[in-house]
Design a protein around this ligand. Structure first.
Ligand SMILES: N[C@@H](CCC(=O)N[C@@H](CS)C(=O)NCC(=O)O)C(=O)O
Length: 212
């Protein structure tokens, strides 16, 4: 794998991938796509991902150019390719993929919707806010209970943890407090102390979280 470029924004979905790339010790260029300035709709970006969203990874492999979008797809591909952070088979692979999907399909989206209704929407809709904060709280409870049983979400440290960490780092977006979820709080501090996680969370070098 050569010439890896990660198109990203300072957002949880993007930082899942920069964390994995740092954990794998990959050399890559993190290119800032400012979604507040609608740069995700630039022809160069839409040519890579017709959905007009980041993260997007572009690299050379076996003499051809590869392009991937969707953070979960990128995490799975690079983890499989490296043989790290996602078991190759057996029940531990089933378990890791199951928790990864909970994080991808529930934690991220409902945290983002809670943020939308609590902070970004110009019209206040209490019913919408309550619904999404309620689902986010259900996921927080689930993760907290899970992390009461073990150090990480699925056995060893994995891409499920990497996918969850950036969203838990912006827990205030959901209006929830980690003080109410002690196992999740312990896990968050533990994961955050990893140098690769700290490096991944600093990327890209410009831009701030938009919460979408
Ligand atoms: N399911 C996608 C979500 C990607 C996503 O929503 N990215 C946001 C930044 S965190 C984005 O590009 N937003 C711009 C837009 O939706 O126009 C993933 O996990 O990669």
């Amino acid at each position: 794998m050569d010439d890896i470029t990660l198109y990203m924004w300072g957002s949880p979905n993007s930082r899942r991938v920069s964390i994995l790339f740092e954990e794998l010790g990959l050399e890559f260029v993190a290119r800032n796509v400012n979604i507040r300035e609608n740069e995700q709709f630039a022809p160069e970006i839409v040519a890579l991902n017709p959905f007009g969203k980041v993260p997007i990874a572009v690299w050379q492999e076996n003499g051809e150019r590869r392009v991937m979008f969707e953070s979960g797809a990128i995490l799975t591909y690079f983890a499989d390719r490296s043989g790290q952070f996602l078991p190759a088979g057996g029940s531990s692979r089933c378990e890791t993929l199951s928790w990864l999907m909970v994080v991808l399909t529930a934690l991220g989206p409902h945290s983002a919707y809670a943020h939308h209704w609590s902070a970004l929407a110009t019209e206040k809709l209490p019913q919408a806010l309550d619904y999404h904060v309620g689902v986010a709280a259900r996921v927080y409870r689930l993760l907290d209970e899970r992390l009461g049983l073990g150090t990480y979400l699925a056995g060893d440290y994995s891409i499920a943890d990497m996918a969850a960490y950036p969203w838990i780092s912006v827990s205030e977006w959901t209006t929830l407090s980690l003080d109410d979820y002690p196992n999740l709080k312990r896990w968050h501090a533990d994961i955050g102390s990893r140098p690769a996680v700290a490096s991944g969370m600093e990327l890209p070098l410009v831009g701030v979280c938009a919460g979408r």
